[in-house]
Design a protein around this ligand. Structure first.
Ligand SMILES: [Mg+2]
Length: 236
């Protein structure tokens, strides 16, 4: 169990951690298919899929130039300009999902954020993607938001560079911080390299890390704000 008395800072991943990523992807796929029919082309779908594979490989490689390489490599594979890759991915991965995010937010995340704040703990975000607008669209507030794409980070997980930035900004030692994520090979790996404890959202137990299924699991009970009471009935 997490000893919450020893935790001053909780760092959350975003995609798949604060909201159901598969649900969002299904909703976005409908928009993409409508776009493909309208344009009579699968180019956008193909570009986004290639971009995801390229980024995944860059994370595995721990590439130091990933900010440029993510657009260059995708462009090379598809025969288009890096600037085009950038424009399409920013549109389809960062802007268009925003209105759909709130409906995909995991239950009780808001209660956990509220409870952590009531307990005097600070909340940070560390994502491989730009995260400020997403966190806002999810109706959440974090004290610190750091992304792998920040110029002074420029490293994908599992590189702990982003966590080092979060810890420095918060002024909290790694031993008093907790990372909450959904990927063992990215979130837990980055946390462990930074000397932090990790909690991973997973249906199945994972070797070497504590897991949880939901935000109202026993592990969060000490820091979970009460569920909002039902509105009182108006007397007639
Ligand atoms: Mg994630």
């Amino acid at each position: 169990m997490v000893d919450w008395g020893r935790i001053d800072l909780v760092v959350f991943d975003v995609d798949g951690t604060l909201y159901a990523q598969q649900r969002l992807r299904r909703a976005m796929l409908l928009q993409l298919l409508a776009d493909a029919v309208r344009c009579r082309s699968l180019r956008t779908l193909r570009l986004l899929r290639t971009f995801r594979h390229v980024r995944e490989a860059l994370g595995d490689e721990e590439a130091t130039e990933f900010l440029a390489l993510q657009y260059q490599r995708t462009g090379e594979r598809l025969g288009c300009e890096p600037a085009h890759v950038r424009a399409v991915t920013e549109d389809w991965m960062e802007r268009r999902p925003l209105p759909l995010l709130a409906a995909c937010r995991y239950a009780h995340v808001d209660r956990l954020f509220a409870g952590l704040r009531l307990s005097g703990k600070r909340i940070a975000i560390f994502s491989d993607h730009p995260a400020r607008a997403k966190v806002e669209a999810l109706g959440l507030h974090a004290d610190i938001v750091v992304s792998a794409t920040d110029a002074d980070v420029a490293r994908l997980k599992p590189d702990p560079a982003g966590l080092h930035k979060v810890l420095a900004e918060a002024g909290v030692p790694a031993t008093r911080a907790l990372m909450v994520g959904d990927r063992m090979d990215r979130d837990a790996a980055a946390a462990h390299r930074a000397g932090m404890l990790a909690l991973i959202r997973s249906r199945k137990p994972l070797a070497g890390v504590q897991t949880f299924r939901r935000y109202d699991d026993p592990v969060f009970q000490p820091v979970l704000a009460p569920a909002p009471a039902f509105a009182p009935q108006v007397a007639r």
